[in-house]
Write a protein of this length. Structure first.
Length: 138
């Protein structure tokens, strides 16, 4: 079972997005962090995650993720919620559209010794892309 301290690591990662502060990643993820849901071309590791957060929140400056449900079991913390924001700048090879969207996401974090060691997500990318005016790529 994860401890209360371990539960805060996922909060810090989500705060990095919500507060547009990639530096929070340093206190959230382990040195050998594995991102199982990385966008194509994203290298592994915390530095790449910080760069992604910077680019993502620059493109969606009002981005916000709100947790609706949270559970934990056997070193895993699972979060369900809604992300939302307005696409103002370039993202995933497309320019800003000025369109606002709200879409569901599930995040699963493996936590050990107060740090995230692995992350998986399930994001309704069809909903996200169509609402933000992004092309529906294969």
């Amino acid at each position: 079972m994860t401890s209360q301290t371990d539960r805060t690591a996922p909060d810090r990662l989500l705060d990095a997005f919500n507060l547009h502060d990639p530096s929070l990643i340093d206190s959230a993820v382990a040195a050998d962090y594995i991102e199982h849901s990385a966008p194509p071309g994203m290298p592994p590791g915390a530095d790449a995650l910080k760069a992604f957060i910077g680019a993502f929140t620059a493109a969606i400056p009002d981005f916000r993720f709100d947790t609706e449900l949270r559970t934990e079991q056997d070193g895993l913390v699972m979060v369900y919620g809604f992300a939302e924001g307005t696409l103002r700048g370039p993202l995933f090879g497309s320019d800003g559209t000025g369109q606002h969207g709200r879409w569901p996401e599930v995040h699963i974090f493996r936590v050990a010794d107060g740090k995230i060691t692995e992350h998986w997500d399930v994001i309704d990318k069809l909903s996200m892309r169509s609402q933000l005016g992004l092309p529906l790529s294969p």
